[in-house]
Design a protein around this ligand. Sequence first.
Ligand SMILES: [Zn+2]
Length: 280
Amino acid sequence: MFVIRLLATCAFTLVIGQQVFAQNEATPVSTLGPHLAASQAPTAGVESQITFNSVHVEGPYIAMTFDDGPSKALTPKLLDLLAAHHIKATFFVIGENAADHPEILKRAVAEGHEIANHSWSHPNLGKMSDEAVRRELRKTDETISAAIGVRATLFRPPYGSITPRQKHWIHDEFGYRIIIWDVDPLDWKRPGASVVCNRIVKEARAGSIILSHDIHPGTIEAMPATFDQLQAKGFKFVTVTELLAMARPLPPKPATTPRSPAPTPAGSAHGSPAPGVSNG
Ligand SMILES: [Zn+2]
């Protein structure tokens, strides 16, 4: 009886979810592009959304992301730390670095992490021609595929810099979803390990996508305490693709509100612009 009720509840939730998302749907699944295999298709509910700064989830799930590697010296150290904490992360790799160290990508995937595209040479895409952007993305896409045997499905523009028009054609042509962030410790300014740790722990919310870089020694040094403190607060770490699969509709805004507005949900899936100046 319990199982039947559970199934009925799940089915009901699914239907409601689809209805809510259908209202926002602008892009049918069929436009996801020729490169996106059916097995990689996004789960129901998030397919209409291209860009994510964070995700509305039910549960204490967050995604750690590490950009600009792999670094021959630092990424293996980080992988050791992630393994010791049983944490899965997402690496937005630079194609040039990935081509130099495909073995690090292989190891990361073997240990449960996700590899994603962060361009070939880290240019500011907002100022480039479509053809130049295409070359940056394609070379990295091919390098990742050659290293790990599957295509990336996520892209993060360097510096978070990308135009709305670029988002759409990149999504259509590569099938990528565009991943920004909502927590930025500004670790690229090398403020010291304790500052990096404190900023991340203070700002992380359920559904957060946390930016950091596995090319700075201070960032790696910050991670043991960061992981310990986030886990002590009850957060659970998933890859970005896993976080996106957990996306739930935002609760409807109350119709009448004057005195007791509902609390703002942690993390929004509805695209605030890229946060301030950062190194992405
Ligand atoms: Zn970057």
